[in-house]
Design a protein around this ligand. Structure first.
Ligand code: ZN
Ligand code: FE
Length: 256
């Protein structure tokens, strides 16, 4: 099994495009299809042919490039079974616990609803990579549009349980504003302070703040720290349930 090559680049205003390429088989997958042009540019520069798309959820900023890419390439669309009524052309519908063998690499499907009901994340367990779409962001999490706080918290716990070293890729570059919010909620967190400075420096230089890792997120992302006694204490919610703390944080971010 060869090491996968990953290209991450910007699409639209703040969406990430991500291409995963296996140099051994020549297969190339796009994680979502936010916008066709930048994806085509990277494919051309690398001389790669797109063979697959892994779709995380139905939102337009993750699907808009599908039509054009589908015209150009003979590609296989892998996507949530629950998206099939909203997104045409899903050839391999997936659900919780499914394991896809992509180019000889295991890809485990985690249903991570909350942002939308159909949302899934793809865990390339052999490669220690996870593509979390709009569920988990660096220092943040997705807005809850279709689910509720309990559902989103359960999804985040699922991602948080992956091995520390797992590299985290997300749908958007929202880290700078997430960092400001995180510091305001969790000011005693020394590692978070250091990270927020690093994030500010990267964004000043117009560099991406991702990938992150599950371990870093577990220690610095307030939404993953909803179960932490220290953070509960800081928030004056020592006796509250993890889920209530998460709901409080999400609501505070929505109103920030
Ligand atoms: Zn979305
Ligand atoms: Fe999005």
């Amino acid at each position: 099994m060869s090491e996968l090559i990953i290209e991450q680049f910007m699409c639209r205003s703040d969406n990430f495009g991500v291409l995963v390429h296996d140099p051994e088989t020549g297969l190339t997958a796009s994680i979502d299809a936010p916008e066709a042009e930048p994806i085509l540019e990277v494919l051309e520069r690398r001389n790669w042919t797109l063979s697959h798309v892994f779709l995380t959820h139905h939102h337009a900023d993750h699907t808009e490039g599908l039509a054009l890419l589908g015209d150009r390439f003979n590609l296989k669309l892998i996507g949530p079974k629950k998206s099939m009524d909203k997104v045409g052309g899903i050839m391999l519908p997936v659900a919780e616990g499914n394991v896809i063998e992509w180019s000889g690499h295991d890809v485990k499907v985690l249903e991570t609803p909350g942002h939308t009901l159909d949302h899934v994340s793809y865990w390339f367990s052999d490669d220690a990579l996870v593509f979390a779409g709009d569920t988990l962001f660096a220092l943040g999490c997705g807005r809850i549009f279709e689910g509720d706080a309990a559902m989103m918290w359960e999804s985040l716990e699922k991602l948080s349980a992956l091995p520390d070293a797992t590299q985290l890729y997300c749908g958007h570059e929202y880290t700078l504003s997430n960092a400001r919010f995180a510091i305001s909620m969790d000011p005693e967190n020394a590692e978070l302070k250091v990270r927020a400075e690093e994030v500010a420096r990267l964004r000043r230089d117009n560099l991406p703040t991702l990938p992150s890792s599950i371990g870093v997120e577990r220690r610095t992302n307030p939404f993953l720290r909803a179960a932490s006694p220290e953070l509960k204490n800081t928030l004056g919610m020592s006796d509250a349930s993890d889920e209530a703390v998460f709901a409080h944080l999400r609501q505070a971010k929505d109103n920030a």
